[in-house]
Design a protein around this ligand. Structure first.
Ligand code: GDP
Length: 355
């Protein structure tokens, strides 16, 4: 995907900084080797808003090594009392819809208002491709040059459940470091949007006018969990189409039951490229958070999410322990063969292995 850069952008100092961010993410090993700080040093660094320390601590969270995991858990526990003071915004949409452009433009707008922004990603494709939706160097170069913005690519290893846990924990550290607006980006395919929805206060769906639902990979489920639908690229020749799509989606949303938040989802048009509609979206969000904090929905949603995370972690951990058990893995293939040969029923085989 090529981006249309304004000429001034290409000479921005920020380009260099994006490079170093990506180098960091690929040389995690080197970074971990330098991670000899004590838990207290990590926690103090994070609370002082030191980005390098924050990055190193996140690397610990992402590590699969037991000793790093344990250290990370201590850091998270210490940071927990200083977390929570933010708004967490989920953004989804198919590749090319304009997510990174939108986050950049919206992020710059929020920085102007004095906000501190962290951008995280959950990328279900990174496991297979080894890439990451935030790994591309050309993405969000303006935002990444800003000292009040922190951009972290998706952890590239592990199951979706594992990535979800790591992201939820990274949110805690970012909040303790003083970031008050957290964006969590994901591609609107697979299960990742459900996972993202389980950790955000507001869920935004980016769409394009003229592209059929199927083409956009949007399942009915996503439309239902969206708090806001943004028809992006509403600029030049596309404005008319975007406005028409807006009316169509708004009509379709009327068919859904009223939202638990007390605020029904809206559909707006915007251009992440020229900035139109962006300040309206910022106002809309501000109003949403004021409203849902007043009627308590904001806090109830977070409590529900915490409960969900606990059960998710238990489920994930039980599964991991079962499959990583030596005795089980030795027997698993054997039982599989027996099931295939019709010697034992799948249910009975599962019961024996579980027992
Ligand atoms: P992502 O894959 O969803 O993150 O999409 P990108 O942000 O990388 O954008 C994909 C392409 O669409 C890029 O070439 C952008 O320059 C372009 N784009 C993004 N937002 C807009 C917009 O509002 N209007 C127009 N005309 N192009 C846009």
């Amino acid at each position: 995907m090529t981006k249309k850069h304004k000429s001034a952008l290409s000479v921005k100092k920020g380009v260099k900084e994006v490079n170093s961010l990506n180098e960091k993410s690929v040389s995690k090993f080197k970074q971990i080797k330098k991670n000899t700080k004590s838990v207290e040093e990590y926690v103090n660094g994070i609370k002082n808003g030191e980005i390098t320390v924050l990055s190193q601590a996140i690397t610990l969270i992402e590590s699969s090594k037991k000793e790093y995991f344990e250290k990370a858990q201590e850091i998270i526990s210490e940071c927990l009392p200083f977390s929570g003071n933010s708004v967490r915004i989920g953004i989804t949409g198919v590749p090319g819809v304009g997510k990174s452009t939108f986050i950049e433009t919206f992020g710059m707008h929020l920085l102007d208002k004095g906000k501190k922004i962290a951008v995280l990603a959950i990328d279900p494709s990174s496991e297979r491709s080894g890439g990451s939706i935030l790994g591309d160097k050309t993405r969000m170069e303006k935002l990444s040059a800003e000292k009040n913005a922190f951009i972290r690519p998706s952890p590239s290893a592990g199951s979706l459940g594992g990535v979800a846990r790591k992201t939820a924990e990274t949110i805690i550290l970012c909040e303790a470091a003083g970031f008050d607006t957290i964006f969590i980006e994901t591609v609107g395919v697979g299960q990742s949007e459900t996972v993202v929805n389980s950790m955000v206060d507001f869920f935004m769906l980016l769409m394009l006018a003229g592209a059929g639902d199927e083409l956009q990979g949007i399942k009915r489920g996503i439309t239902e969990i969206a708090d806001l639908i943004v028809i992006n690229k509403a600029d030049s020749d596309n404005i008319k189409n975007a406005t028409r799509a807006q009316a169509e989606y708004q009509n379709a949303l009327h068919l859904f039951p009223p939202s638990e938040s007390g605020r029904n989802p809206k559909v707006v048009t915007a251009s992440a490229e020229n900035g139109s509609g962006i300040s309206e979206i910022a106002d809309l969000l501000e109003d949403y958070f004021l409203f849902t904090k007043k009627n308590n929905y904001f806090y109830e949603r977070r409590s529900k999410q915490a409960k969900f995370r606990m059960y998710e972690t238990i489920n994930e951990e039980l599964k991991n322990r079962f499959y990583s058990d030596k005795k089980i893995s030795n027997k698993l293939k054997e039982f599989e063969q027996d099931v295939l040969a019709g010697k034992i029923s799948p249910y009975a085989a599962a019961q024996i292995l579980l027992n």
